[in-house]
Design a protein around this ligand. Structure first.
Ligand SMILES: NC(=O)c1ccc[n+]([C@@H]2O[C@H](COP(=O)([O-])OP(=O)(O)OC[C@H]3O[C@@H](n4cnc5c(N)ncnc54)[C@H](O)[C@@H]3O)[C@@H](O)[C@H]2O)c1
Length: 261
């Protein structure tokens, strides 16, 4: 399996925000931004987990600050974005990554409360973050944003109607924002990971009953394995970098070949 991104100084002087950075993909991206020289704002609802990400960044001689924020709450999001500027003076990159799933259920049996909870975090959360990030980036004259959608934003996923709906919406937000801000120097893209080894997938396997296993998920992907959080982090960092300077509005599959079928 592939190692983490190489250290570089390409983001020296830059500031990156990562939501859901206390775990999985968000933590890997926060570490990857720091390794590339950015100062990082680590945002999460889970305080101990977010502080642990900061500790790991500092251990690797990076600079980071934890801010507790629920992305579904506009006041908390506004304060989070203001905290980025107050703490580090600017905001260059954002990875709007916080997201949740719901227990698997057939569409006609899914609960309204689960649907609303998933849409609040995954859809309103991404929109609210972008809304307030854009406020700063417009003032600064540019920036780059990556939203975490999913393979479930590109194709249907039986038994996961709320999650699948939410991730399709993330791609809609991404494309709309990319067009609105294209001339303002703000690029907005989405990543669409298939199964990635994180606590979210561990929970999915647990909820899936006796027939569910990591091995089964791995075998659903053409490469025969699930991905690592670092493989998603690499793509996020690349999309934020000047190497992707003419790329905006894309929904990039990171899926071991799944969408090639
Ligand atoms: N793991 C996968 O296979 C996979 C595949 C495709 C997409 N994704 C997406 O990637 C993102 C990260 O998933 P992960 O697998 O790393 O999950 P994870 O559960 O390991 O981490 C998610 C983090 O988000 C935080 N969070 C949840 N709700 C929040 C809120 N309202 N405000 C702020 N933080 C909140 C959690 O506390 C947690 O630290 C999610 O958007 C998920 O939908 C994951």
């Amino acid at each position: 399996m592939k190692a983490a991104v190489l250290a570089s100084d390409q983001f020296d002087g830059k500031v990156a925000l990562v939501t859901g950075a206390g775990s999985g993909i968000g933590r890997a991206t926060a570490l990857a931004f720091a390794r590339s020289g950015a100062r990082v704002v680590v945002a999460d609802v889970a305080e101990a987990a977010g502080e642990e990400t900061v500790r790991r960044i500092e251990e690797a001689e990076g600079e980071a600050r934890f801010v507790r924020a629920d992305v579904a709450d506009e006041l908390q999001v506004a304060r989070l974005i203001d905290a980025c500027v107050e703490t580090f003076g600017r905001l260059d990159f954002a990875h709007n990554n916080a997201g949740i799933g719901a227990p698997p259920a057939a569409l006609h049996e899914a609960e309204l409360v689960d649907f609303e909870r998933v849409l609040s975090t995954n859809v309103l959360g991404v929109w609210l973050c972008l809304k307030h990030e854009a406020r700063i980036m417009l003032r600064q004259g540019g920036g780059a944003v990556v939203n975490t959608a999913s393979l479930a934003g590109l194709i249907g996923f039986p038994m996961h109607v709320a999650y699948c709906t939410s991730k399709h919406a993330v791609i809609g937000i991404t494309r709309t924002a990319a067009l609105e801000y294209a001339r303002a120097g703000i690029r907005v893209n989405a990543v669409c990971p298939a199964f990635i080894q994180t606590p979210m997938v561990d929970r999915l396997v647990e909820a899936g009953g006796p027939r569910s296993s990591l091995e089964r998920l791995a075998n659903m992907q053409p490469m025969g394995r699930i991905g690592t959080p670092e493989e998603v982090a690499d793509a996020v960092v690349w999309l934020c970098s000047d190497a992707a300077s003419f790329i905006t509005g894309i929904a990039l599959p990171i899926d071991g070949g799944t969408t090639a079928r």
